[in-house]
Design a protein around this ligand. Structure first.
Ligand code: AHR
Length: 316
């Protein structure tokens, strides 16, 4: 082994060793989607692998519960806090309290509208890019044909809902044949996605006027697919389906010809978060403020059965 690689590996394991026995609080949003269930499983596993004692708090989709949990972690004197913030605003006070208590906070998968010095780092995807990738897929798929799009938005006020909308609109801007005719929140859940899509179908000539459904996550897309089928139309053919996450069920839908594209979001936000924490605790190394995960497009050309098989055991 080259000396420099050996040195690097030794310093990684020394750094990782410093996490053993730490107590880390994790304020999770809830379990609204398959993706979030996988993020929870992966975070617990990453903590176990590093010998971290993870205190898990499920906020049942409520910011007030997250704030309560974070205050509880501060009172317990945990060594660090992970938080997946349900919405973007309203975090300043509790983040200041954590800072005053000298507890590093790491944001997972969503951002906040708060001063950057109130958290150590944010591990998330580039959500505007995710929207752009989804929108560009549609631009390429429809060419010059007219295409009326319905949009299932994520949770109101959350950064993925805001940014995925923005990115998609950027991608279709200048393509006058493509327009978003209806847009409503489905709260990132399968059941709400179905309900909202049913309403869109009713309002749009039984769905015959809809060319594509853009969902801010796969779970809403899966709910929407069911609504399309219930209306006697073929998802993936009569109505194109494009969404974000890369959960096993969307790959199963692709295998069935019922979904056309998804943009992958890794559920492993905790791995990079713990690596950053480890280096910070070892010698004060400040991580990048934003650690950006990949946003890869998958279509039926990308072996959806294989993708389904490789993901289905990961806690989704
Ligand atoms: O913040 C990430 C988003 O939140 C995921 O796309 C979605 O499935 C989850 O609920």
């Amino acid at each position: 082994m080259a000396a420099s690689l050996a040195t690097a590996l030794t310093s990684v394991s020394i750094a990782q060793d410093n996490l053993k026995g730490l107590v880390v609080g994790f304020s999770q949003i809830g379990s609204e989607s398959g993706w979030r269930a996988a993020e929870t499983s992966v975070t617990k596993q990453q903590a176990t692998d590093r010998g971290i004692d993870l205190k898990f708090a499920d906020a049942q989709q409520k910011q007030e519960n997250q704030i309560k949990a974070i205050r509880g972690f501060i009172a317990q004197g945990v060594d660090a806090i992970l938080v997946a913030p349900v919405v973007a605003t309203g975090w300043d006070d509790v983040l200041k309290e954590a800072k005053e208590a000298e507890i590093p906070v790491i944001l997972l998968d969503r951002g906040v509208d708060a001063p950057e010095d109130l958290y150590l780092t944010s591990v998330a995807s580039d959500q505007v890019k995710e929207g752009r990738v989804a929108g560009q897929w549609l631009v390429d798929a429809v060419g010059d044909k007219e295409c009326k799009v319905v949009e299932l938005q994520g949770t109101v006020g959350s950064t993925p809902a805001i940014n995925r909308k923005k990115g998609f609109e950027e991608a279709i801007a200048g393509h006058d044949n493509i327009s978003i005719i209806r847009s409503q929140t489905g709260d990132f859940t399968r059941s709400k996605g179905k309900e909202v899509m049913e309403g869109f179908i009713k309002a749009e000539n039984g769905g015959k006027d809809i060319c594509a459904m853009y969902a801010h996550n796969d779970d809403m897309a899966v709910g929407g697919i069911q609504a399309i089928k219930d209306a006697g139309l073929k998802p993936g053919t009569d109505i194109k389906v494009v969404s974000i996450d890369g959960v096993p069920d969307i790959f199963a839908a692709m295998v069935a010809g019922e979904a056309n594209a998804t943009v992958e979001l890794t559920p492993n936000m905790a791995g990079p978060a713990f690596d950053a924490l480890s280096s910070y605790l070892a010698d004060g190394t400040m991580p990048e403020k934003f650690i950006i995960t990949e946003s890869k497009l998958y279509t039926p050309d990308d072996n959806p059965q294989g993708e389904y098989d490789s993901r289905k055991g990961l806690g989704y």
